[in-house]
Design a protein around this ligand. Sequence first.
Ligand code: PEP
Length: 262
Amino acid sequence: MKRKPIFAANWKMNKGASETEDFVKSLLSKLQGKDIPADIVISPPFISLPKLADLLHNANAGQNAHAIQIAAQNCSQHDSGAFTGEVSVMMLREFYVHYVILGHSERRSIFGETDEVINAKMKKALETNLKPIFCIGETLEEREAGKLESVLRTQVTEGLKGLSNSDMSETVIAYEPVWAIGTGVTASSDQAQEAHAFVRSLIEELYGSEIASKVRIQYGGSVKPGNAAELMACPDIDGALIGGASLEPQSFLEVIQNGSEG
Ligand code: PEP
């Protein structure tokens, strides 16, 4: 099954509106005339979404620009009300947001998001046609204790609880070993492929083989221009969620190009 790879820049808490503008102008000029067989997504901080939406809406309307889609880094599981500091899915929709990253390990470990909260956010996003980029992954301690599969199984079954087949068809999964995020240490292609194949088998158990064969599973964790091709050549890896290397237009572009060549 040929799946279109998806490369998503997760800027985390980097780049306000003016840096977003510089980045996007530079990336768009580098993409000019290139036909890249991959989906490209940028996920800035909330505060930069209006600027990004403005820039991309104009650019994507132009004929030669590679369409870039927008992701939010989080959303509330609530529609509105007394939730200071939160942002609802309907607010995101106003800025052409197509995807939302949910369950990132930083949200889990720093902000205490549980599988239950993540599941509620998944459902809220899908209700309004936002596509979740659902992140899962084990810590080094868990891997070394032989708990890789049980951790992934729990995150997948709890995070996706109650999601229908059509919800699953709209969902992208990002396997991100926590020990590889922002550390410069990347999972070897064998380690990554093994985990991705296992995650796909879990989706098959829950949703059947057709949906499992179509679901895109990104790898995340210190992806760089130099390792993208080898990782993306693995049969169950369908793109990447990229932190550090997505902060410069040139390295983001090189990850995308190197990773989508195979
Ligand atoms: C991430 O934030 O999801 C990530 C994978 O970061 P990095 O590429 O910097 O490891």
